[in-house]
Design a protein around this ligand. Structure first.
Ligand SMILES: [Zn+2]
Length: 334
């Protein structure tokens, strides 16, 4: 390495990726993004969790509690046409919360064919919106599926391509995390990767010359950031008493190899070693509206299959259910 390159390397800001095998570094990076969304929905596909949040009007009315620091990139409330207009005639407006303003933080969202026909936006001289910050550039957005009837076609308006602000209007509220929280969780997840079995050898095999040093640097940084409360990590089932990263559901130690292996197994492919499973990001308390559970001390690494079982319910409720299943099957639970 030249002196110039050396100096550059020293000046480069520390990254949570330091020393990690490329496949695992990518996996940690992706935890800052939302999950994938199909083109026919209003959601953005794999964007940062701090993006603009979409809130259904029904949730807004019962009182959405924003995070203490607010939503970094704002929010858009979505009202269905029948929530926006009184039913007859469909031109008079219903009483909406006073703090909402169409085109500023509120859009009418068409999702069904009857809505599209009955309350067609051309009746009101409306334009599709395209901005995620106010003014939104229009009053509505539409994702109405095609039907088999002749003359009907797919109606996709607003946030459809790069010219109109990109695909999808925003993210699901329960996926939201602030930029600071995203950064903290990535460091904590990186720390947890360094606590998996076989990570030092794997990093070395991938070309990291000094994996122990990288591990120590990440640990020191996490210590500084207040991310290594071992008792709390253990209480939340993220590490065990020996400080090994474990799957929050089955509590088996996670192998570094499991983090690097791909989830997709080709149909009918012969798996030579059935004990090799994959591991992914795992939310100990599940993601749900009203709480912001993509946060430090709630994220770990867990098996693909354990994740599938606990995704909607979180660990606590899933264990209760499993107990019931086993009891019903004649197993005695202590
Ligand atoms: Zn597991």
């Amino acid at each position: 390495m030249t002196a110039k390159k050396n100096a550059k390397a020293k000046n480069t800001r520390l990254s949570y990726k330091l020393g990690l095998p490329a496949a695992i570094a990518r996996k940690v990076e992706k935890t800052g993004q939302t999950r994938g969304a199909e083109k026919d929905t209003v959601y953005q596909n794999r964007v940062l969790r701090c993006s603009t949040v979409l809130i259904p009007l029904s949730s807004w009315k019962v009182g959405v509690v924003p995070p203490p620091e607010g939503f970094e990139n704002g929010y858009i409330v979505l009202a269905h046409p029948e929530e926006y207009f009184s039913d007859t005639p469909p031109t008079s407006k219903l009483d909406l919360p006073k703090d909402l303003q169409l085109g500023k933080d509120l859009l009418v969202f068409y999702e069904t064919r009857p809505q599209w026909i009955r309350y067609h936006p051309s009746h009101y001289g409306w334009h599709p919106a395209h901005s995620r910050i106010p003014p939104l550039g229009g009053q509505y957005l539409a994702r109405v599926p095609d039907t088999t009837s002749p003359g009907d076609s797919l109606e996709r308006h607003g946030y459809i391509d790069s010219k109109t602000g990109g695909q999808g209007a925003g993210i699901r509220i329960y996926e939201y995390a602030s930029k600071t929280e995203i950064e903290a969780t990535k460091y904590q997840l990186s720390f947890l990767v360094w606590q998996t079995e076989g990570i030092i050898d794997m990093a070395r095999e991938e070309g990291t010359l000094n994996p122990e040093e990288c591990k120590a640097i990440i640990e020191a940084k996490c210590q500084d950031m207040g991310l290594i409360d071992l008792n709390l990590l253990q209480k939340n089932r993220i590490i065990d008493s020996q400080q090994r990263t474990v799957c929050p559901l089955c509590l088996k130690p996670i192998l570094a190899q499991e983090l690097a292996s791909r989830v997709e197994q080709a149909e009918g492919r012969n798996v030579p070693d059935l004990t090799v499973t994959t591991a992914n990001l795992f939310h100990v308390k599940e993601l749900k509206a009203g709480v912001y559970n993509h946060c430090r001390y709630n994220l770990g690494w867990g098996h693909h299959h354990c994740n599938a079982a606990a995704r909607d319910w979180g660990v606590k409720r899933t264990l209760k259910w499993m107990e019931e299943v086993l009891t019903n099957n004649g197993k005695i639970i202590n």
